[in-house]
Design a binder for this molecule. Sequence first.
Ligand code: TRP
Length: 370
Amino acid sequence: MGRIILTGDRPTGKLHLGHYVGSLRNRVLLQNEGNYDRMFVFIADVQALTDNADNPEKVRQNIIEVALDYLSCGLDPEKVTLFIQSQIPELHEMTQFFSNLVTVQRLQRNPTVKAEMALRGFEGGATDDNKRGLPVGFFTYPISQAADICFCKATTVPVGEDQEPMIEQCREIVRSFNGTYKCDVLVEPEILLPTNLACRRLPGTDGKAKMSKSLGNCIYLSDDRKTMEQKVKGMFTDPGHLRVEDPGKVEGNPVFTYLDAFVEEGDFAKYWSEYQNLQEVKDHYTRGGLGDMKCKKFLINVLNDRLDPIRERRHALEQDIPAVYEILRKGSDAARQVAAQTLHEMKDAMKINYFDDAALIAQQAEKYRQ
Ligand code: TRP
């Protein structure tokens, strides 16, 4: 069986460094390895609307942001099918059929849904004015996410750690569908996590567990040099590291987590030749005698080295936005064909392709013939 990669992002904002090290960078590597049969990357606008129903304009504006982020990171529409979720109506049919195989209780146990509900103040059955009710579409989005993954029979889903419960739930849905309808139409996907732990969940510039737009602690791929540099200079470090001579802590210090996630061989020779590798820097910081600002300056150089080519490509793409929409339109057409085929196979397995089912029609005719 072939190897098919699928992944995507909600268009609720520009993509940031957490997206980059958690998934984007890896997608470009996967694309260039060519070690797969097909690769799909999509913009999950339907999912974004599950908690932005009143603000479709935000979603609409961010579709192009995400597309520019994808292309400027190096995703190549010749190698990857780039598409927009809402343009594939077959996904909704699949979601409906899947939803009959999932219990409310199972959804309630999904840890990512639980955490996101708490974050958004969604409470099931809330009546207080200050609590927001839980939209059904939001509650059930893991089911729709299973359709996103299954339409192309993805074998491999490169995502961040927070998506693990979604992939697990998708695997259950696949087993349930194939078991219930005694078929092997759908494929159980595997999650592909970054191997570098610092990349699985990049902290925010404030040191909080996650880089997230709502926490205002992001560095965006589209930030210019000056904005990025200011954000790094203002980054949280070890609050106990008051004077340069003081011993410092590396764990929980986001400057070092970012260095863990971004430093490549060659960066020391290029930007900080006093050290051979990151371990030497960490040892010096832990011992005392290494200032935060020196570490931050190195981080700025490393980040600019990674981000400058992305910024350049973005600038070029911005000069022809209609061409970017055209890429998405072509990709959506191609994805739709794949989805229609899988949906047809699903309906065959469920035996609800009535008009294609000559045996059914003959049998019914026989039953009613006088
Ligand atoms: N839930 C993902 C996120 O919030 C986005 C997403 C939607 C996705 N459908 C998907 C990711 C399918 C991978 C596969 O980032």
